[in-house]
Design a protein around this ligand. Structure first.
Ligand code: ZN
Ligand code: ZN
Ligand code: FE
Length: 730
């Protein structure tokens, strides 16, 4: 007897060759009906005899394409309609409401084999892709996703490509970026020429998937130092690209999870503890990790093979903190003076997208920068949003998000919005995303900070606006990331956020749920002299903490007295990030200016190399986590010339103990067990590992971020959660 099922498949199932796979499967098994994309999932109607349908369901789960991730298959009986064949319905036809756009996917193994096959039509062709891999978000100009609405529209398919595109049994069936040497984009210069420039110590600008990279020989100290000088980048680490996981493993310590991440369709930069290697010292000075990634486009595959056994620096093509260059004329202007050679091509990039950055914590990925390969894959929410909502995030590590129903579309990372060009790109991205995903927001969520560019932008939209306190948004982000229900504790250790009470927050323990939280405890507040300058001149915070602890500060810096005079009138802060700054100075690790977060990274790197150390003294006094006793003990240690690595280690242990004790007390008082951990400080691998371990030992249930970054890149997701939760309570 013929039956019909309506099957919804959730997960990463769009833009990864899933519909052609379903089509092929249906043809093979003799199933009729159709497959179509719906917001965030794929819907199939399948008609056949029962045993055939069961086989079909089984293979849907087990034989999906490599880049797909099937999370859930829900089959419900439907009325038999007597379809004669199976077809791929236009995405449009069956879709109501929002539309999902797939992230870009790293070149698949089949395509790599093809470009290396001397007999293949696409031998050495740098724009080879298929239905399971290649550019997606970065080439889409409008929705729905098909070739006419991508930057491939200007390339007419040749007959051979057209035949593949139309053949349901071909892996390029409906592959929108399909191309070949006869009909597709071309490089501006031979790869061999560019490889020669790199081999001889030069710097090249290379057009990639979501923007330009600057590349050089990562083992050549002169070349790397020269790149730093020309790019005006002092100390921030550069990422390195290699050919395969074994080559990556020579540079950093990678476990099975890290290796799998490198080779995954998202192909992010994976941070791994540095090994002694041939890498030039200037690649990642003063930090404990090296960021490695694998070649992820055919162009990269050809380049790394032209330079056998040579790791390449691959860093964003920009000057200092500007946004990454992605338009060809702009790249020429801005990167021309930095690079010796430019390797470009004529497939336009419509939307910039930087490389994602991930580290492995407790056997699972922790995303630090969510961009290429991850964004804008729809992320499901444990909450429902009846009102389509735009959330604008914060100011640094900017990312916005659209929410509708139980889905969030979170944009790729846009960087810091201080630069006008970054802000303009952010605003253009908001408009582009709204059209692509077909969401028209009816309300907007932003930070409480009156001076964030995003807050001011919210005010121009003429929509009902929800202001969410910065650390409340961090809390809600981790809460929704972990799909919790009911109240929880939240340890939000961060750089800085507008507190709403005239102080700067950043070392908070909050209690509540996305709808509302209260501040149950916080790090001891001290003055933050000079406001934002304190983040790049960490000695200022050392003066503040020394003064608060009743210690002498005059020797810290020639201007220490001048800064001390500012203390009585300075805004007070509970920032954990600024505490790291102060401790790094007291331990003798940093003195002069730095990039924000540098002191924290250096402390972490030193602590990781040290033996276990007991905690420094601290106090829990009322709602304050008092660090003055620790500051006094660090001063004594420094005076005795205790190694900075030991001080760094003791400092980390102190934070773990202090957070653990405070949470245990509060959890008992409130009758709670779940603890979410968020804020930029939880990018720190020691804290992201040891705080959960401590909480577990105390009988609590910790939750670290998995889908969103713990830093401000995850704020928009949290702001959506707050809006959704408040909607629920009216
Ligand atoms: Zn492919
Ligand atoms: Zn062709
Ligand atoms: Fe933050």
């Amino acid at each position: 007897m013929t039956e019909r099922l309506r099957i919804a498949v959730e997960g990463v199932v769009q833009g990864v060759g899933f519909r052609p796979f379903v089509f092929g499967l249906a043809e093979r098994l003799g199933v009729s009906g159709f497959v179509t994309n719906r917001t965030g999932d794929v819907v199939i109607e399948a008609e056949a005899e029962r045993p055939t349908l069961e086989r079909f369901l089984l293979e849907l789960r087990t034989n999906a394409p490599s880049a797909a991730r099937v999370d859930k298959v829900v089959a419900t009986p439907a009325e038999v309609v007597g379809d004669q064949a199976f077809r791929i319905a236009d995405s449009d036809v069956e879709t109501v409401g929002a539309a999902a756009i797939a992230p870009d996917v790293a070149t698949c193994a089949d395509c790599v084999a093809e470009i290396l096959d001397a007999t293949a039509r696409r031998h050495h062709y740098a724009f080879t892709s298929c239905a399971a891999c290649g550019p997606r978000l970065t080439i889409v100009t409008s929705a729905p996703y098909d070739r006419a609405r991508t930057t491939m529209a200007g390339f007419a398919m040749c007959e051979a490509c057209r035949a593949e595109y139309e053949d349901p049994s071909d892996r390029r069936f409906h592959a929108q970026p399909i191309a070949c040497p006869a009909c597709g984009p071309a490089l501006s210069a031979p790869i061999a020429t560019v490889a020669e420039t790199i081999r001889s110590g030069g710097i090249v600008a290379i057009k990639g998937l979501g923007g330009y990279h600057l590349a050089c020989d990562a083992t050549n100290e002169t070349a790397v130092a020269e790149l730093r000088a020309r790019k005006h980048r002092d100390a921030k680490p550069f990422a390195v690209m290699v050919i395969d996981v074994d080559a990556a493993g020579e540079l950093g310590e990678l476990d099975a999870v890290g290796r799998a991440l490198l080779a995954s369709p998202a192909a992010p930069i994976v941070l791994a503890p540095k090994r002694a290697s041939r890498l030039a010292p200037s690649v990642a000075p003063g930090v404990g990790d090296v960021g490695v990634m694998l070649a992820y486009t055919p162009l990269h595959h050809l380049l790394v093979r032209a330079l056998p056994n040579l790791p390449l620096v691959m860093t964003s093509g920009n000057l200092s903190d500007e946004p990454i260059a992605f338009r060809d004329d702009d790249a020429c202007d801005r990167l021309g003076p930095i690079a010796d050679t430019l390797l470009t091509h004529n497939r336009p990039i419509h939307m910039r997208c930087e490389d994602s950055v991930v580290r492995v914590i407790e056997g699972a990925p922790l995303i630090l920068r969510r961009a290429r390969g991850y964004a804008p894959a729809p992320e499901r929410f444990p909450l429902q949003m009846a009102t389509p909502t735009l959330a604008l995030g914060g100011h640094l590590k900017a990312a916005f998000a659209y929410g509708t129903g139980d889905i969030a579309f979170v944009s790729p990372h846009f960087g810091d919005l201080d630069e006008l060009s970054a802000y303009e790109a952010f605003v253009a991205g908001i408009e582009h995303f709204g059209r692509l995903h077909r969401v028209t927001p009816k309300q907007v969520v932003c930070d409480l900070h009156p001076d964030y560019a995003t807050t001011r932008f919210a005010e121009t939209l003429g929509l009902p606006t929800i202001h969410v306190q910065h650390h409340h948004a961090h809390f809600a982000s981790a809460f929704a990331d972990a799909r919790l229900h009911g109240p929880a504790l939240g340890v939000i250790f961060d750089g800085a956020g507008y507190g709403g009470d005239g102080t700067i927050w950043g070392g908070e323990i909050l209690v509540g749920d996305p709808a509302s939280v209260w501040r149950a405890a916080h790090l001891q507040t001290v003055p933050q002299p000079g406001g934002d300058r304190a983040a790049i001149e960490p000695w200022r915070m050392a003066v503040a903490h020394l003064a608060a602890a009743g210690e002498a500060y005059a020797d810290i810096h020639p201007d220490a007295d001048k800064v001390a005079a500012l203390l009585p009138r300075a805004t007070r802060t509970s920032s954990a990030g600024r505490l790291f700054d102060a401790v790094a100075v007291l331990a003798g690790i940093v003195m002069g200016s730095q990039y924000e977060g540098q002191a924290a990274m250096m402390l972490e790197a030193l602590a990781r190399g040290a033996e276990p150390e007991p905690a420094y003294p601290f106090e829990l006094a009322g709602d304050e986590l008092v660090v003055a006793p620790m500051i006094r003990a660090i001063v004594r240690d420094a005076r005795k010339h205790v190694a900075p690595a030991r001080i760094a280690r003791r400092f980390h242990t102190t934070l773990v103990e202090m957070i653990g004790n405070a949470c245990a007390q509060l959890a008992r008082g409130e009758g709670l067990r779940d603890v979410v951990l968020s804020g930029g400080v939880f990018q720190n691998a020691i804290l992201a590992t040891e705080v959960p371990a401590k909480l577990r030992a105390l009988g609590l249930v910790p939750h670290v971020h998995r889908r969103m970054p713990p830093n401000d890149g995850g704020l928009a997701f949290g702001q959506l959660a707050v809006a959704a939760a408040r909607e629920g309570v009216g």
